[in-house]
Design a protein. Structure first.
Length: 299
């Protein structure tokens, strides 16, 4: 069967009927990559997508952070839009998303629209759109999986996932822990993450789900080799919660969706060689509420 894409338009269509260029990365491809983040495989699979890297693991934030995105030469700041199940993620600190929160443990597939789609998604989508579709269990039964990897620079990546479906009720629970000392001193990274989703099918045409994604990240930035930094540390909590009621018939489909993005950010910009420790520390608490309602009819 052909891939079904929902990012390019609000209705589910096959890729050859879309008016723009779209790349779909499946759950199998994400799992085979054996990476805790969805972004490295997107760089490999999506033409003209560039994402800067920071270290062995993690992207960080603020001074010295990586994860800047460009698609077809357009990006940076708020010109690349990140979505989770169609919900915007541009609320992030400094008006951009935090890339460390986009984990494979929550993703069923990722759809990338290449090129401007601001007519559908606003000015934040001038470069393109990356939409992460969250996991669900399609068949009855229980499936539990665990993965652990260890490598250079004391790098550890672990993930445990349980999926279940019984009749009309389904659930997904994923927990992950990742850490690395990095390839330089004072470049450590540590992350705790979790994803939970519960769904209920009222009928073949009406379905609902509620989910919660949490990520707690600790990271340090050593500065450049010629200008090293001290105490440039970050402690960031990000979360996404959503509630959705969707319908799909032969010629019409739609959804009522509520979502809530929130985050706490504690960032110390540190000091250079010969400097003194700073007393100030950046502290930001962000949140965003959203509600969307749409119903489409296919001729």
């Amino acid at each position: 069967m052909e891939n079904v894409v929902v990012t390019g338009t609000r209705t589910a269509v096959t890729t050859h009927r879309l008016p723009m260029s779209v790349t779909v990365v499946s759950q199998t491809e994400l799992q085979n990559r054996l990476d805790q983040s969805v972004l490295p495989i997107l760089v490999e699979r999506v033409p003209s997508l560039m994402i800067t890297s920071r270290s062995v693991m993690g992207y960080g934030a603020s001074t010295g952070a990586a994860g800047a995105m460009t698609l077809r030469g357009i990006g940076g700041g708020a010109q690349m839009l990140m979505l989770i199940d169609g919900h915007p993620q541009f609320m992030g600190i400094f008006s951009h998303p935090l890339n460390d929160t986009y984990q494979t443990l929550m993703a069923e597939r990722v759809e990338v629209v290449r090129g401007p789609v601001s007519v559908l998604y606003g000015a934040n989508a001038m470069g393109g759109v990356i939409n992460i579709l969250t996991r669900k269990e399609p068949a009855d039964g229980v499936d539990t999986r665990f993965r652990a990897m260890y490598g250079s620079y004391n790098t550890l990546s672990t993930e445990a996932t349980n999926t279940m479906r019984t009749g009309k009720v389904s659930s997904v629970l994923s927990l992950g822990y990742n850490r690395s000392d990095g390839h330089r001193d004072n470049m450590d990274f540590e992350q705790y993450s979790g994803y939970a989703k519960v769904g209920y099918d009222f009928s073949r045409h009406w379905k609902s789900f509620a989910d919660l994604n949490l990520s707690q990240t600790y990271s340090s930035n050593p500065g450049s080799v010629t200008a090293p930094m001290q105490d440039n540390d970050m402690d960031i909590l990000r979360g996404v919660a959503s509630l959705s009621l969707a319908n799909e018939y032969e010629r019409t489909s739609g959804a009522l969706q509520f979502f809530y993005n929130f985050g706490d950010h504690y960032i110390d910009d540190g000091y250079g060689s010969g400097g003194n420790p700073r007393q100030d520390r950046f502290n930001s608490t962000d949140w965003m509420l959203g509600l969307s309602l749409f119903q489409n009819y296919r001729v």
